[in-house]
Design a protein around this ligand. Structure first.
Ligand code: FAD
Length: 634
């Protein structure tokens, strides 16, 4: 039977990771009837996998830390392309969000004097990551879920129904956002999706939707991301008429497992390096010393001795280059392997075994110890790991207003990995978990304020429901190509042609391939019915992965410079002219065409730009901007 189950809410949050849960908690606290919809099981979001920690300038381990230092590090990490207002809000609000988590029951690791402990991470000047061993994300999700349950218990007391104001719809995939009409300015009126288990359709009538769907890693073969990361939120936003920015910037984490093949891409946390682990090539050389770029020369140690002293005396030494931002380390590993100095299985060596006592390793990195023992039969307390770059995080996402997380479509909001701007061209480790909390809360508040301001509830256009339903049914009605074939080819194409090092010719080839795959995707079939049919689910996800891949490739072709997570072999330099430019992707409502336009990003506010030295700014900004800076500080 084709009946569609219908629900009415004020705010629908799509995604139950850190961003989605924090948004939902906020919306509920502001009195909104809130739905949390997630395609995986509740609790199984990407956030759970986060290992290292959440970056927040609390100054617990080094009292010199404060929001201004964090802001500077974030802008540097993103090579000054970041939306500076987001970077400012993030740096200022992250400590409060971490303390709030603690108040809600999170059990962080402690310093000797009982404060929340903070660890070193790449690109962060001071120890800044609040953490729980190497299982921080798990504790964060546990705490946020516990908070949701606490609110439900409160509602049960007040209203006799725990789900009166907040309800979770798990294993439920949204395939379309609904609006009042087709125009880009027409407001959101709901969302359409299906239950994974039985394939039945579900519709939410709601004036506000918060996208918190995470990333896009499943468009690549080698990735640290799991099956949910098919770019759904990115695509849903595009199809609803919103814009994506920074899509050319993808973070290849330098250290994924390379062996055995079945686990290739699985993450090896940066904490291994933060806690003293070093990278060596097949000749035993700590090669990162050969790859310190000019812009970072003053901040990194030039000898192994200095780098090693830094772990115990940060005031008088510079940090080891293993802790450069991720893009730098990933490119260096890539070059070493290409030059024939890689490990037997095509990575390089990451060694902590000769650096820390075994007991210390198992205490600080229990998950890594377990992961290598179980998956690769390697004991990291005794021998080095083999690691190589893996597609990890997308900096690009929905273009939003920094303060309210509102997208350009009225009623649409986005937070977390699915949003764009905060991290510029490269995200620092630890800045995602804090981003989720800061902007998750802001999105929940933004959506609530929007709902409060409405004179009437926008009404779902029945035509759009019929279209969404027909689109979802289509693969079931065709005896077509297997969607897994198309998916694998897309993954290989993106990995090989729009990967860590890019050039025009290859990106063009990729775009041609994507065009053909889009045609093939129209013919994929998944007969077998609607009851738990993974082929059908993948057929629907394909639309999203193809759309997002096209955005990545088109923006990558257009940006003729190298910066952060976008390296062009044919344009190796970083260009001050390009720094000010954002590439904005849009799509037609049926997804058949993608456009990319240049847009100038507004200059940094005076009090913020003054936080930087002239000598540093000179490396990034145009002469004209530098003249304006000189006039300002005179
Ligand atoms: P997620 O936590 O991924 O949640 C996405 C949610 O959206 C899920 O509930 C999913 O089911 C749902 N969803 C997706 N599509 C749909 C749909 N169509 N319909 C319904 N629901 C949908 N960052 C750090 O700051 N520190 C770290 O130490 C760190 N370690 C990491 C380790 C690993 C292995 C990985 C992969 C990432 C790590 N990151 C880390 C990055 C960080 O974990 C993620 O960027 C972040 O958790 C994303 O959170 P989110 O709330 O945006 O999305």
């Amino acid at each position: 039977h084709m009946e569609i189950e219908r629900h009415e809410y004020d705010v629908v949050v799509i995604g139950a990771g850190g961003a989605g849960l924090r948004a939902a908690i906020e919306a509920r606290q502001q009195g909104k009837r809130t739905a949390i919809v997630c395609k995986s099981l509740f609790g199984k979001a990407h956030t759970v996998m986060a290992e290292g920690g959440a970056a927040a300038a609390m100054g617990n381990v080094n009292s010199d830390d404060n929001w201004m230092v964090h802001f500077r590090d974030t802008m540097r990490g993103g090579k000054f392309l970041n939306n500076w207002r987001m970077a400012e809000l993030h740096a200022k609000e992250a400590p409060d969000r971490v303390w709030e988590l603690e108040a809600w029951g999170a059990l962080f690791d402690r310093t000797k004097d009982g404060k929340i402990s903070q660890r070193n991470f790449g690109g962060h000047q001071y120890p800044r990551l609040a953490h729980v061993g190497d299982r921080t994300g798990l504790e964060m999700i546990r705490t946020l879920q516990q908070r949701v349950v606490a609110l439900q218990q409160e509602d049960e007391k007040l209203h006799g129904d725990p789900e009166a104001y907040i309800r979770v719809f798990q294993e439920c995939t949204v395939t379309r956002l609904l609006k009042t009409g087709d125009g880009p300015g027409d407001p959101i009126s709901g969302a359409f999706g299906y239950w994974r288990e039985n394939g039945r359709f579900i519709l939410f009538d709601a004036p506000a939707v918060v996208l918190a769907t995470g990333g896009i890693g499943k468009s690549y073969v080698v990735t640290s991301n799991s099956w949910e990361y098919t770019g759904d939120g990115h695509a849903l936003a595009l199809l609803a008429g919103a814009k994506l920015i920074n899509m050319e910037f993808i973070q290849f984490h330098p250290t994924g497992m390379v062996w055995p093949p079945s686990v290739r891409g699985i993450l090896v946390t940066e904490s291994v390096r933060g806690d003293g682990g070093v990278l060596r090539n097949s000749e035993g050389r700590r090669f990162m010393f050969d790859y310190i770029p000019d812009v970072f020369k003053d901040q990194y140690a030039t000898t192994e001795e200095e780098g090693d002293r830094w772990y115990n005396d940060q005031a008088n030494n510079r940090r080891p280059p293993e802790l450069l931002p991720r893009d730098e380390v990933a490119r260096a590993i890539n070059s070493e392997v290409k030059a024939g100095r890689g490990s037997p299985q095509g990575g390089v060596y990451l060694d902590v075994s000769t650096r820390l006592p075994a007991a210390e390793i198992t205490r600080r990195l229990p998950s890594m110890h377990h992961q290598f023992k179980e998956l690769a039969d390697v004991d990291i307390t005794k021998e080095p790991m083999q690691v190589g770059p893996t597609c990890h995080y997308i900096m690009g996402g929905v273009e939003v207003d920094a303060d309210s997380a509102a997208a350009s479509v009225p009623g649409l909001f986005a937070a977390g990995e699915v949003s764009g701007g905060m991290h510029g061209s490269n995200r620092l480790g630890g800045n995602s978990l804090s981003d989720l909390l800061v902007f998750g809360r802001r999105a929940g508040a933004g959506a609530s304020a929007y709902v409060d301001g409405l004179k009437a509830r926008p009404v779902v256009s029945e035509e759009s429901v019929a279209t969404a339903r027909a689109e979802a049914m289509a693969p079931l009605e065709r005896d077509g190509e297997n969607p897994y074939e198309v998916h694998h080819e897309l993954q290989r194409t993106m990995n090989e042609l729009v990967g860590i090092i890019r050039k025009a010719e290859e990106i063009t080839q990729a775009l041609e391939a994507v065009e053909k795959l889009k045609e093939r995707a129209k013919g994929v079939g998944a007969i077998g019915g609607r009851i738990y049919n993974p082929g059908w689910h993948l057929a629907l996800d394909l639309r999203n992965m193809l759309l997002v891949s096209e955005c990545v490739a088109r923006a990558a072709l257009k940006r003729e410079e190298s910066r952060g997570g976008h390296t062009r072999d044919d344009f190796p330099g970083m260009s001050p002219e390009w720094r000010r430019k954002l590439l904005v992707c849009g799509a037609s409502a049926d997804g058949s065409s993608v456009t990319v336009e240049e847009k100038v990003q507004p200059g940094m506010r005076d009090d913020l730009i003054k936080l930087f030295d002239r000598a540093e700014l000179k490396k990034y900004i145009t002469d004209e901007e530098l003249a304006a800076f000189d006039a300002l500080v005179k």
